[in-house]
Design a protein around this ligand. Structure first.
Ligand code: PA5
Length: 442
């Protein structure tokens, strides 16, 4: 289960102020619990860990088994934003850093950018693979995944024929609406539904996350169990509720102490995409109405040698939220060397994880001394169960935190601005007036 440690903030805030923010966070918890706040038609994520039907999990496992039988060694997962970050986060966190997983296809991601080189190189990979594709878009109309999917679909059809290609494509989209739904129905693709009441960035425990994670060979049942256990802790109203503690402190540091930036810190490169997922969740949920904490991230100790200087001594605008993992899944001991030319014998017989932990502790003390408050989010280890718990914790805490801040956590009106300009510049039918307008400005 997730544990929040606020000890690294105590020298920056007064006890009475923290208590006042806990009261605000508890009021926000009530709003989330009663489903009485802005965006309350997007709260389906709250009960996903306990009401995901067995049939859905079996459906994911059936695709996995079918593609295994076809010898599929590459799954291209197409989606952007909330339609890919959760799956990518889990797969990167659970995968070997260097080696492929035995008995499972490689899962790669596309449709999250418009880089021509990226897509050309994806085609190179398809040419040497036995491929299948999961295309994910709740709206079914997003440009980036639509472009990637058109190319991958045509490639699969040319290589395998239209009917075999249809067996190698799964669509995850809205139950009724959107171009992807129309296409999937016409081509007879297996289809999973993104529930109406779950927004993209809260969708990792729907098929959007579950199917790619299952295809990569990981245990989605354990993930849902972890999320369910975390939910049981989250739905208890208390000043000790870990989400209430996190929401109260980050809002106090922001509104009460003027901290504008939250830096999400990990000490394991496998968690870099956890930070990416978290940044979208908090950035899109809170950054609106001229409000919000800017979510940034670093992966240490690598980034102590790049961003560390700024965090230690630059503008005092940030606090840190550090993911602390209690147990490493692997053990590496530093050996002794009779010559000791590298002068590392003082570390002989120590685990590398001990060095990592001391780097983390040393950094904590240095950053606190440098004026950077530290929140710590602790988990026991990185596995499917704990990732499920982490996902649920941050989603629930995001709802509490955004209501504490006074914004609707579940919309993202600002995302449309670039799209309108891009469509106008690309001369999309229907955007003629905007095209005239924007051409005058460039
Ligand atoms: O959180 C969100 O709602 C967004 O990030 C969406 O997930 C993203 O824009 C992709 O949208 P769609 O799934 O409709 O293609």
């Amino acid at each position: 289960m997730v544990k929040v440690n606020l000890g690294g903030c105590s020298s920056f805030v007064k006890d009475a102020d923290y208590k006042a923010y806990v009261e605000k966070a508890l009021a926000a918890w009530d709003v989330l619990d009663a489903e009485s706040g802005a965006g309350n038609d997007f709260l389906g994520w709250k009960t996903l860990p306990v009401d995901t039907p067995e049939q859905l999990i079996v459906g994911c496992e059936a695709v996995r088994d079918d593609w295994q039988a076809r010898g599929v060694d590459l799954v291209v997962t197409i989606g952007i934003g909330g339609s890919y970050l959760g799956a990518r986060c889990a797969i990167e966190a659970l995968s070997h850093n260097f080696l492929p997983k035995t008995g499972a296809p490689r899962v790669v991601f596309a449709g999250n950018n418009l880089s021509e080189e990226y897509l050309a190189e994806l085609m190179d990979l398809l040419a040497v693979s036995n491929a299948a594709c999961v295309v994910i878009s709740k709206s079914g109309t997003t440009t980036e995944p639509a472009v990637a999917f058109r190319l991958v679909k045509q490639y699969l059809e040319n290589k395998y024929g239209r009917s075999e290609a249809a067996e190698r494509i799964v669509a995850i989209t809205d139950a009724k609406r959107g171009a992807l739904k129309t296409l999937a129905t016409q081509e007879g693709y297996r289809t999973f539904i993104v529930p109406d009441n779950v927004g993209g960035r809260f969708s990792v425990l729907t098929p959007v996350g579950l199917l790619p994670i299952a295809l990569a060979g990981f245990d989605i049942r354990a993930m849902l169990r972890g999320a369910a256990d975390e939910r049981a802790a989250m739905i208890v109203k208390s000043a000790d509720n870990e989400a209430v503690k996190y929401a109260a402190m980050r809002n106090l540091l922001h509104t009460g102490c003027g901290k504008a930036v939250e830096v999400f810190v990990t000490y394991n490169p496998k968690l870099t995409y956890l930070a990416e997922w978290w940044k979208q969740l908090y950035g899109e949920s809170e950054g609106k109405d001229g409000k919000g904490i800017f979510p940034a991230s670093v992966t240490n100790t690598a980034d102590l040698h790049s961003m560390g200087q700024f965090i230690q001594e630059g503008s005092r605008v940030m606090f840190e939220t550090v993911i602390t993992v209690e147990n490493s899944n692997r053990k590496v001991v530093i050996t002794s060397d009779p010559q000791n030319l590298d002068q590392l014998n003082y570390l002989a017989d120590q685990r590398v994880e001990h060095c990592n932990a001391m780097a983390q502790l040393g950094t904590k003390i240095a950053h606190i001394d440098g004026g950077v408050p530290q929140l710590e989010i602790g988990v026991e280890k990185i596995d499917e169960y704990n990732l499920g718990a982490i996902f649920y914790f941050f989603e629930f805490a995001c709802g509490v935190s955004a209501y504490t801040l006074g914004v609707n956590p579940f919309n993202q009106p600002g995302v449309e601005a670039y799209k309108k300009n891009m469509f106008a510049l690309l001369r999309k039918p229907g955007f003629e007036a905007q095209t005239e307008e924007i051409l005058k400005r460039i």
